[in-house]
Ligand binder design. Structure first.
Ligand SMILES: NC(=O)c1ccc[n+]([C@@H]2O[C@H](COP(=O)([O-])OP(=O)(O)OC[C@H]3O[C@@H](n4cnc5c(N)ncnc54)[C@H](OP(=O)(O)O)[C@@H]3O)[C@@H](O)[C@H]2O)c1
Length: 478
C-alpha cells in the first residue's frame, strides 16, 4: 500500500501541561533523510525522559522545535529508505531509537538506520518497542559497575552482589534479569505490591522501599553490595555509598543529580574505592541486537504495565508521569485497536450491544475473521474493556476457552468455594508454550494447582514465567 501524504500524530506545542498538553493532529508524513528509515509505526514505548523534556528539564535545548511529536522508542515496519541506507528493505520489521528527535506518537516516524535493528517474529512489536532505551540503560548501568556479559570473563571478574533499586520499573525490571543472566546475587527494591513480580524476575532478595530496611537499602541477608544499579530517582550518593562493601565497588546511577559528575571526577583523581558512575544512555546498535536476541530466546522478558491505542496516548502519558508503572507503558499504533472489532451494525433481535462497542467474539465454524468486516453471533460476543488490548482480546476466544474446558474436564473447579475441595493437586500441562497450553498453565496456577509443564528448550524460561512449578524439555528423555 502506498504511503499516505498525511498521518495522525500526537504533539505538544509548548513546555508543561503534562497529558493535557498533548493534541491529536493530522500532519504530513515525514521523509527519511540521509541515513534514516521511514517506519510505519506499530508500537512506541514511553520513557520518563519523554515527559521530562515536555516539562522543560532540558530547556532550551530539547525539544529542538515546537510543535514536537514525542517518544523515541519505536517498533514498526520499514516503508522507505533515506539515501545511503543499506541492510534494510521495505517490509522489514524493526525496532529503533530516535532520541532526542522523537516522533514515535504517530502513524509514521523516521529513525536513524544506524540505531535500527531487525525484530524477529518471536519478539512482538509491543515488547520490541520497550527494549531500546530501558533495556539498553539497564545493560549499560550493569556494565558501568564492572559486570561482564562475556561468557569467558563473567564468572571471574567484576562484582558478585548487586543492589537494583526501583526494580519494578522499566529500567529496573530489565536490570534484575540481566544481572541474573550474568550470575550475580541480586537484592532489589520495589513497592510492596510488586514484591512477587520482582521475585518472579529472578531477584534473590526483595526489599519494600517504604519499610525502614528498604529505605536503608539493607539486604535481608546482611550482604554488602559490590555494585549498585540505581534506577530510583532521589537516592543520594551518601545513601548508596553507605551500602557498598568496604572493599569497594561502583554505584552506577541512571538518575544522577547535578553534583554527580563532580563527585565522580573527584573519586577518580583520589583513587577512591567506592565510586559513583553517573550514566547517560548512549544507544548502541550492537547492544540493541544482543538484547533483541535475548528476548527472542525468552531469556529477557518484557513486563508491559499497560497498552493504549494512539487515540488514548494522553492516558499512557499520564500513567508514566504518575511514576508507578510495573514494567513498561506502550502506545500501539496502526490498526491494533480494530483487530478484535468494534460493533458497527446489529442484526434483528440483538440487544445488549450498540454501534461503537469494543468486543471480542468467536465465529467458529463460519469464520470470516480475515476481513475488514465480519458477522459474529451476538450470543458469543462479549465486551472488551480498555485494559484488554484488541490483540490480547482476539487471542482469548478459542484458545483460552479450550484451556478452561480442558481443566474443567479433569475435575478442576474454578468456583472459589469449591476450588480447594476438589482434591486435585498436581497437573501435567503438555505443549505449555502453545496458544492453549500457555493459558492452561496460568489458569491451573490461579486455582492453586502444582503445575508440571512440557515445552521446547527455548521456551523453558517463558513457561516458568507463566508460573509453572516444574518445566520439562519435551525433547529430553524425562
Ligand atoms: N540517564 C539516562 O540515560 C536514563 C535512561 C533511562 C531512564 N532514566 C531515568 O531512570 C529512572 C527510572 O526509569 P524507568 O523507566 O525505570 O521509570 P519507571 O518505569 O517510571 O519507574 C517506576 C517504578 O519505579 C518504582 N520506584 C520509584 N521510586 C522507587 C524507589 N525509591 N524505590 C523502589 N522503587 C521505586 C515505582 O514503584 P511504586 O509504584 O511502588 O512506587 C515504579 O514501579 C527515571 O528517573 C528515568 O528518567 C535515565
Amino acid at each position: 500500500m502506498a504511503t499516505p501524504r498525511t498521518m495522525k500524530a500526537v504533539q505538544y506545542e509548548k513546555y508543561g501541561r503534562g497529558a493535557e498538553g498533548l493534541k491529536h493532529v493530522e500532519v504530513p508524513v515525514p521523509s527519511p533523510k540521509k541515513g534514516e528509515v521511514l517506519l510505519k509505526m506499530e508500537a512506541a514505548s514511553i520513557n520518563p525522559i519523554d515527559w521530562k523534556i515536555q516539562k522543560g528539564m532540558l530547556r532550551p535545548f530539547l525539544p529542538a522545535k515546537f510543535p514536537f511529536t514525542p517518544v523515541g522508542d519505536l517498533a514498526g515496519e520499514v516503508v522507505e529508505l533515506g539515501s545511503g541506507v543499506t541492510g534494510f528493505k521495505p517490509g522489514d520489521k524493526v525496532i529503533s531509537i530516535s532520541f532526542p528527535s522523537g516522533g514515535g506518537l504517530a502513524e509514521y516516524a523516521v529513525a536513524p538506520a544506524a540505531l535500527t535493528v531487525a525484530r524477529p517474529p518471536e519478539v512482538s512489536a509491543v515488547d520490541g518497542a520497550c527494549l531500546p532505551a530501558a533495556a539498553s540503560s539497564a545493560l549499560q548501568l550493569l556494565k558501568a559497575t564492572g559486570v561482564s556479559f562475556d561468557k569467558k570473563t563473567s564468572g571471574s571478574t567484576g562484582p558478585k552482589n548487586v543492589l537494583v533499586t526501583a526494580a519494578s520499573g522499566g529500567v529496573g525490571h530489565y536490570a534484575v534479569q540481566l544481572a541474573k543472566l550474568a550470575g550475580l546475587h541480586v537484592t532489589a527494591t520495589c513497592g510492596a505490591r510488586n514484591v512477587a513480580f520482582v521475585q518472579g524476575l529472578g531477584a534473590d532478595e526483595v526489599l519494600d522501599y517504604k519499610t525502614p530496611e528498604g529505605a536503608a537499602l539493607r539486604s535481608p541477608s546482611g550482604r554488602r553490595y559490590d555494585a549498585v544499579a540505581n534506577c530510583a530517582a532521589g537516592l543520594s550518593w551518601p545513601a548508596l555509598k553507605a551500602v557498598l562493601s568496604d572493599e569497594g565497588g561502583t554505584a552506577a546511577d541512571v538518575t544522577p543529580g547535578v553534583r554527580a559528575a563532580l563527585t565522580s571526577l573527584l573519586q577518580k583523581v583520589t583513587f577512591a574505592k567506592k565510586r559513583l558512575a553517573p550514566l547517560m544512555l548512549t544507544p548502541r546498535r550492537e547492544e540493541m541486537e544482543w538484547l533483541v536476541e535475548l528476548a527472542r530466546q525468552g531469556k529477557l522478558r518484557t513486563a508491559v504495565d499497560s497498552r493504549y491505542p494512539l487515540s488514548r496516548a494522553q492516558e499512557a502519558w499520564a500513567k508514566s508521569v504518575d511514576g508507578h508503572a510495573t514494567g513498561k507503558i506502550v502506545v500501539e499504533i496502526g490498526g491494533a485497536d480494530d483487530l478484535a472489532g468494534g460493533v458497527v451494525e446489529l442484526g434483528s433481535g440483538v440487544t445488549g450491544f450498540k454501534p461503537g462497542d469494543k468486543v471480542i467474539s468467536i465465529g467458529f465454524p463460519s469464520g470470516g475473521g480475515l476481513a475488514e468486516y465480519a458477522v459474529m453471533p451476538a450470543a458469543l460476543t462479549v465486551a472488551r474493556p480498555p485494559e484488554v488490548s484488541a490483540v490480547d482480546g482476539a487471542c482469548l476466544p478459542a484458545a483460552a476457552s479450550s484451556a478452561l474446558q480442558l481443566l474443567k474436564a479433569t475435575g478442576v473447579s474454578f468456583d472459589d468455594s469449591t476450588s480447594n475441595a476438589t482434591g486435585l493437586k498436581n497437573v501435567l500441562v503438555t505443549a505449555a508454550s502453545g496458544g492453549v497450553g500457555h493459558y492452561v498453565v496460568q489458569l491451573a496456577k490461579l486455582v492453586g494447582l502444582h503445575v508440571t509443564a512440557t515445552c521446547g528448550a527455548r521456551n523453558v524460561a517463558f513457561v516458568q514465567g507463566l508460573g509453572a512449578d516444574e518445566v520439562l524439555d519435551y525433547k529430553t528423555r524425562s
